[in-house]
Ligand binder design. Structure first.
Ligand SMILES: Nc1ncnc2c1ncn2[C@@H]1O[C@H](COP(=O)(O)OP(=O)(O)OP(=O)(O)O)[C@@H](O)[C@H]1O
Ligand SMILES: [Mg+2]
Length: 360
């Protein structure tokens, strides 16, 4: 599969975008995620790729693959032949091995090549706002800068949930809960750049559910043979908390024979494992809001990220809010480009002095 075909969606070009491109300037918003990375461009294009980068493991692999570098789903599909890297595990850029920083840089280059920063042979100046997991922004600033510099002309690195808030124009008296793969990031928006006090980050998110589910299913069905990639697919199709509407039945090989197994209870337990820490953090952030605005924040909580799609999670969190006076949770039902669209909106609004600085 080619990179272009893997990318999922494109929009039509708007007149402002066309003018911007004529001027040789391209603005992009990039959501650099643990499991998926997305780009939205001022030329109207949007693409998403799985955040995997792989180099052929040896001479044989290079001969089979006929390539020096593979990205996204293609890298996952050919993983047995690759030295495979996931640059942002647990929401952090792995700083040790050089290859991980290189992997982050290659991933960004790849995203930029998809929106074709050098369209029609004319090279554009690229201004990029990159949203990263809050933990990576806090602890990997310099590495991120190093990975991104030179790839674009102007750069602004922001926390992912802040980019989501900006894109939704949810800037005042709102809370964003962004449940990704590596981390669940919380931000309370008070009409200005969020400070450290306004944000929280948990390393409990989609990957945690996958690991939990894998362990439970393996314990119940010793003979079943499956990978973490299969577990992730099961979850993305059947995730739920609370009452099950249907049985969750999947097919796995058992001693080489495809066999149907019921994993309803395991799915519920794995998905529900993230609820208590999310509730605790959500309730813990509320008293930090000025008293007269607390109700407004409780009534505009936004659930973003792929993990927000777990069936019945919104109502479950609303139930927990009953204890503190009630509230409302809005689930973003198409979260893939939420962060990158927010980054693009920021890039369009940014003034000269805003560029190449790191915002909390
Ligand atoms: N329908 C679904 N139900 C449950 N989980 C889902 C669903 N769809 C996607 N996910 C999970 O959401 C996570 C990916 O979400 P997202 O793309 O927001 O994360 P990310 O931005 O890559 O990660 P992070 O923000 O931690 O860096 C993965 O764990 C994925 O399996
Ligand atoms: Mg994310």
């Amino acid at each position: 599969m080619t990179a272009k075909r893997e990318a999922s969606q494109q929009k039509g070009q708007d007149p402002v975008a066309a003018k911007e491109q004529l001027g040789g300037m391209l603005s992009v918003g990039i959501d650099l995620g643990t499991s998926r990375s997305a780009i939205s461009s001022s030329n109207g294009e949007q693409f998403v790729v799985d955040s995997f980068v792989g180099w052929p493991a040896d001479l044989v692999a290079r001969k089979v693959l006929q390539r020096d570098l593979l990205m996204g789903r293609e890298a996952i599909e050919n993983r047995t032949m690759l030295d495979l890297h996931r640059p942002l595990e647990r929401g952090l850029l792995k700083e040790g091995p050089e290859r991980d920083v290189e992997a982050a840089r290659e991933l960004l280059r790849h995203l930029l090549s998809l929106v074709d920063a050098t369209k029609n042979g004319k090279s554009s100046q690229v201004r990029a706002v990159v949203g990263v997991p809050a933990a990576a922004l806090r602890t990997n600033k310099q590495y991120l800068r190093a990975a991104l510099k030179g790839v674009v002309d102007s750069l602004m690195i922001v926390s992912g949930p802040f980019a989501v808030a900006y894109g939704l124009n949810a800037l005042l008296h709102t809370m964003i809960i962004d449940i990704g793969a590596g981390t669940t990031d919380f931000v309370v928006m008070k009409g200005r750049y969020p400070t450290e006090d306004d944000q929280r980050s948990l390393t409990i998110a989609g990957d945690h559910i996958d690991a939990h589910l894998q362990k439970q299913v393996q314990t119940k069905y010793h003979e079943a043979n499956f990978t973490i990639y299969m577990v992730r697919e099961w979850k993305e199709k059947h995730s739920f908390v609370g009452d099950a509407t249907d049985k969750v039945v999947v097919t796995v090989p058992m001693a080489g024979v495809p066999t149907q197994i019921d994993i309803t209870e395991e799915m519920r337990a794995a998905c529900e494992s993230i609820v208590p820490p999310i509730v605790e953090t959500m309730l813990d952030l509320l008293p930090h809001v000025e008293p007269e605005f607390q109700e407004r924040v409780r009534k505009s909580i936004i659930l973003a990220g792929g993990g927000g799609l777990i069936r019945n999670l919104g109502p479950t969190l609303e139930e927990a809010l009953e204890r503190v006076g009630g509230g409302r949770i809005k689930v973003i039902d198409a979260p893939v480009f939420c962060g990158s669209d927010g980054g693009l909106a920021l890039a369009k609004d940014a003034q000269e002095g805003d560029w190449d600085r790191l915002v909390n």
